[in-house]
Design a protein around this ligand. Structure first.
Ligand SMILES: [Fe+2]
Length: 282
């Protein structure tokens, strides 16, 4: 779907796709595209983003513009039933990451927050069943809806440190996007929780936690619940487990700091913080 968006941009605007890297560089509407997702993760069918891996630079970049959005999306859960369990888990954790990052983003507002929280609840309800019982249409439908709601939320509220960190991991070491996100997500949640404890407590609630009355404790529960969900759907436990070398951290951190998502992450982040965050993912 992202390649289709890139082709659509070039068809009406000319040039090379790298000319459109960053925000609002697409001058004319892309050629009309109807998106038909066969996974439930990227939400590319409803977002204003197009993410491209530049193999020469080992860099994943994104283009953001209302002019590259698809005209229509056809979302049919039957088209997602043939996804194998590992792919279902990875794209499902990408959806959860979109929901959580958009919810705590500095750009979030009540409409996007409602969509983000709704998506988290749907992931809680449906992801495990979609992974372990792939033919279950209700579970597949639930995940497609979660993906959609999170996509509408993050197309407005954007994302945060997890996506800033996972794109370099994918660009340098070919780790699938959803797997990288799932490994990084709890580490960044733990880092961000002190900046928005009440919001993280609400995330825990949507993940099935009964509130303790202390936002800090409930926020810690949210981190644990995400870790456990990852384990149960078979996500590898660390970046080391997906063959990312520890000595890659400085280059990864330098790339991550170039992401526009750092500025809207709820907790300010320096290069040194970024190095520590990556180290914790091992
Ligand atoms: Fe993503």
């Amino acid at each position: 779907m992202d390649v289709a968006k890139a082709v659509g941009i070039l068809a009406t605007n000319g040039g090379k796709i790298t000319d459109y890297e960053g925000g609002d560089r697409v001058g004319r509407p892309a050629a009309p595209i109807i998106g038909v997702p066969t996974t439930a993760g990227t939400a590319s069918e409803v977002t204003v983003f197009c993410v491209i891996t530049d193999r020469a630079r080992k860099f994943k970049f994104s283009c953001r513009s209302a002019n590259l959005a698809m005209r229509q999306a056809v979302m049919d859960p039957e088209l997602t039933v043939s996804m194998p369990p590992a792919l279902t888990a990875a794209v499902g954790m990408d959806t959860l990451t979109h929901a959580i990052e958009s919810y705590v983003s500095a750009l979030a507002y009540p409409l996007t927050e409602a969509l983000s929280l709704g998506a988290i609840a749907l992931v809680h309800e449906h992801l495990e069943r979609a992974v372990h019982d792939g033919a279950n249409i209700a579970a597949r439908d639930g995940m497609l809806m979660a993906c959609w709601m999170a996509g509408v939320a993050f197309t407005q509220a954007r994302l945060g440190n997890v996506h800033a960190m996972s794109h370099p991991v994918g660009g340098h070491f070919n780790v699938p996007h959803g797997v990288a996100n799932a490994i990084i997500l709890p580490v960044v949640m733990d880092y961000n929780a002190p900046s928005a404890p009440a919001k993280f407590a609400r995330i825990a609630e949507r993940l099935g936690h009964r509130g303790s009355g202390s936002d800090a404790q409930d926020a810690a529960a949210a981190v644990q619940l995400v870790r456990r969900l990852s384990e149960r759907v078979g996500i590898p436990p660390s970046l080391g487990a997906v063959s990312v070398p520890r000595d890659g951290i400085p280059a990864l951190a330098a790339d991550a700091m170039q992401s526009g998502n750092i500025a809207i992450n709820p907790r300010p982040t320096t290069y040194e913080d970024m190095v520590r965050l990556y180290a914790q993912c091992f």
